[in-house]
Write a protein that binds this ligand. Structure first.
Ligand SMILES: C[S@@+](CC[C@H](N)C(=O)[O-])C[C@H]1O[C@@H](n2cnc3c(N)ncnc32)[C@H](O)[C@@H]1O
Length: 256
């Protein structure tokens, strides 16, 4: 199952909430060149473009269904392209990403690599979930490690590449950035019940698992997840404290 824009946006208010915390740390200057990595359906890329006067903004993503939705938002100064964020090229005044880099391995290499594409005086601004210790997310990894899914997935499982918050500070310090800001925040979501939580997960965390399964196993996997979540939260509402890291850093004008 590839990314499904409708399923993803079923929780739009909750998924977009961290953008409101990241936007105020963006340095507004006229005429910025901006790239939004993993732009998805593009609504936040549009908000970013509208916030930055005279900017040229490119949203990139690897998912065709997400990009098809984003295409409707194109306007002068805002376009979308199919590109992999692991192979970013060019030099940008702002490298931005909202809820996407946790899909990419090896953040110790990724963060310095992204910084090489930030112009001197430019900014890196990222938000990504650090919620992998939550019981619902542990249940996903556990289910994928159990039969019959372990065999159906050929032993594949997804361990989050997200590091402790302090590690990002250390990586950025080593890179000689200025104006480093890093914080972790819990977004308190209230789900109607365990099935609603399963639906939330199927719009994001479960995507690469469901993508690797045929129709039959996909349904079995979703059933197994619902069973497990109902056992954890037998009655609603379910309080779902969602943890995210937000970070921003500026590349010095003169190399340190
Ligand atoms: C959770 S969605 C976030 C979308 C949007 N930024 C938002 O906050 O609403 C994650 C997006 O990252 C994209 N993505 C995952 N891996 C990627 C990669 N290697 N390169 C580019 N996009 C990627 C997915 O296709 C998906 O659209």
């Amino acid at each position: 199952m590839p990314w499904d824009p409708d399923l993803y946006l079923a929780f739009q208010k909750e998924r977009f909430a961290p953008f409101e915390d990241l936007l105020p740390v963006i340095r507004v200057r006229p005429g910025l060149s901006v790239v939004d990595l993993g732009c998805g359906t593009g609504e936040l890329t549009l908000r970013l473009a509208d916030h930055l006067p005279g900017s040229e903004v490119l949203g990139v993503d690897t998912s065709e269904p997400m990009l098809e939705r984003a295409a409707a938002l194109q306007r002068p100064g805002l376009r979308f392209e199919r590109r992999d964020l692991r192979r970013l090229d060019g030099a940008w005044d702002l490298v931005f990403s909202h809820a996407a880099i946790h899909w990419v391995e090896d953040h110790r290499a990724l963060i310095p690599a992204l910084l090489t594409h930030v112009n001197p005086g430019g900014q890196l601004a990222l938000q990504f979930p650090s919620n992998h210790h939550h019981a619902a997310h542990r249940a996903v990894v556990e289910t994928a490690g159990e039969e019959p899914f372990k065999t159906a997935l050929e032993g594949w499982n997804r361990i989050s590449p997200v590091l402790p918050m302090a590690s990002y500070a250390e990586i950025l310090y080593e890179e000689g950035v200025t104006d480093m800001r890093i914080f972790e925040k819990i977004y308190p979501h209230i789900m109607e019940n365990a099935d609603a939580l399963a639906m939330w997960l199927s719009g994001t965390t479960l995507v690469p698992y469901l993508d690797r399964l045929d129709d039959l196993y996909r349904e079995y996997f979703l059933q197994a997840m619902r069973r497990k979540l109902r056992a954890l939260w037998p009655s609603g509402p379910v309080f779902y404290p969602f943890r995210r890291i937000l970070l921003s850093a500026v590349r010095p004008e003169v190399a340190p």
